[in-house]
Structure formats: C-alpha cells, structure tokens
Design a protein around this ligand. Structure first.
Ligand code: PGA
Length: 253
C-alpha cells in the first residue's frame, strides 16, 4: 500500500502572524493524521514562523513552493535548495502551473529545479497538467506525456522515492471546476505511462500521483477512491482549517 499524501499549497497568502494563527487552528483539527502524510507549502517568508508553530507536532511537514536549480549565485529573488534545507523544509512544489503561466517556467526549468531539489535531499511535488485549450483540442495526453518525461529527464531511478507527481489540470485550479474522478484517474494513468517508459513498470507503479484543482471536502472522497490517485494538492481549501482537516481525514466523511 502506498502512503497517501495531502499537501496544502498556500500560494501567496498569509502574513507571518496569519500563518501562526492558521497553523494554531489547524493543529488540533488535524490531530493525528494516522497513515496520511500531510504537508503545508507556505510562502518563503513564512517558513520559519511555520516551522516554529509546527514544533512538537509530528503530523504536518513543512514545504516550500519553489526552488532554484543553482546552489547559489546571482539569481535575484530566487531561493536555493540549501537555503530551504537550513530551515528544515522537507518538501518543495516544482513546476506549478501558475509558475508556468505567469513566470515563464518551462519544461526545462522544471527539470533543472527537480534535479537540484532531489540532489539536496528535498522531496519534490512536481506539477503537470493541461490547459483548457489543450484539453479541448484533444491534446491532454500528449501534454501530460511531454511534461512528465521532460520533468524526469536525467533523474535517476534511485531518486523516485523523493518525488510525487501532482496532476493539476489548469482549468480546474481555483475555478471551482474539478476534473471528474474518471478524468483524473485517466490522467494519472497517462502520467504513469510516461514514468513506466523511463523507469519500468514497478517503479512507475510505486510512485505517488496526486490530484489538484478545486479539491475540497465534498469531492475528496470520490477522487481518492480512484485507483491511480494517491493524494491531493489543495490550494484554496488549504487556507480553511476545518475544510483542510476534513480533507486529511476524508475516510471519516
Ligand atoms: P485550488 O489550487 O485547490 O485552489 O484549485 C490547487 C493548486 O493550485 O495546487
């Protein structure tokens, strides 16, 4: 059995004080997450405050939302893997569609960031997903195969246990529209197909694939019931403590 993983992507939300407040509300609600792996990916500036607020609570891991490929240097505004590690960050999101859409992230830069993250011993959540235009043009499969293969180029099989893939259809992010469980399952299957081609059946099957895009307490159960889906990457609903805790404990819904 693969360990399921629910990760919150806070995006560009919360000041330092709001971060502490949100985590203090979240901790008793999440309580013991049992077998579920739980991660919150906060803005860089809130990592230290989040780490302190999470201290003593083993159930929630700390994540960041991006990482640069170089160890250091003249890259104004960027953050290195070692900087994240020095703040006890365990996870990092790479290639989120908002980075691809608004900040010029490409398949190549996603690959470079992933290499740096795994080399530093971070765990990575690599995001792939088609736009509405691509889906309507019947190009979903092609896009997922391309994005997945490109992201993993040159990544050694031994690093796969450090990586989770998030299928995030761009048209479902922050829109209230969710992929149907069947659509999400098919997409996760296509992602595994790309991984199978590169690494073989067993390693591809062992990898965890999350669904992301307007996941909430009302749709989590049916999405998680899909055989190809091993977790969720939650945006909007991760900022609502009650809702996020329900998602973590979806088996009790
Ligand atoms: P959403 O965001 O849950 O608000 O749709 C998901 C994501 O962008 O990771």
């Amino acid at each position: 059995m693969k360990r399921e993983i629910i990760a919150g992507n806070w995006k560009m939300n919360c000041t330092k004080a709001e971060t502490v407040e949100l985590i203090e509300k979240l901790l008793p609600l999440v309580g013991d997450p049992g077998k579920m792996e739980v991660v919150i990916c906060v803005p860089f500036t809130n990592i230290d405050a989040a780490r302190k607020a999470l201290r003593g609570h083993k159930g929630i891991k700390l994540g960041a939302q991006n990482v640069h490929w170089a160890p250091k240097g003249a890259f104004t505004g960027e953050i290195s893997a070692d900087m994240l590690k020095s703040l006890k960050v365990k996870y990092v999101i790479i290639g989120h569609s908002e980075r691809r859409q608004y900040f010029g992230e490409t398949d190549e830069s996603v690959n470079a960031r992933l290499k740096a993250a795994v080399a530093a011993g971070l765990k990575a959540i690599v995001c792939v997903g088609e736009t509405l235009e691509e889906r309507e043009a019947g190009r979903t499969r092609e896009v997922l195969l391309r994005q997945t293969s490109a992201a993993f180029e040159g990544i050694d099989k031994s690093a796969l246990k450090q990586i989770v893939v998030a299928y995030e259809p761009v048209w479902a992010i922050g829109t209230g529209k969710t992929a149907t469980p069947k659509e999400a399952n098919t997409a996760a299957f296509v992602i595994r197909k790309a991984l199978r081609k590169q690494y073989g059946r067993t390693p591809a099957h062992a990898m965890r694939v999350q669904y992301g895009g307007s996941m909430n307490a009302s749709n989590v159960k049916e999405l998680m019931a899909m055989p190809q889906i091993d977790g969720g990457l939650i945006g909007g609903a991760s900022l609502k403590p009650e809702e996020f805790a329900k998602i973590v404990h979806y088996d009790e819904l």
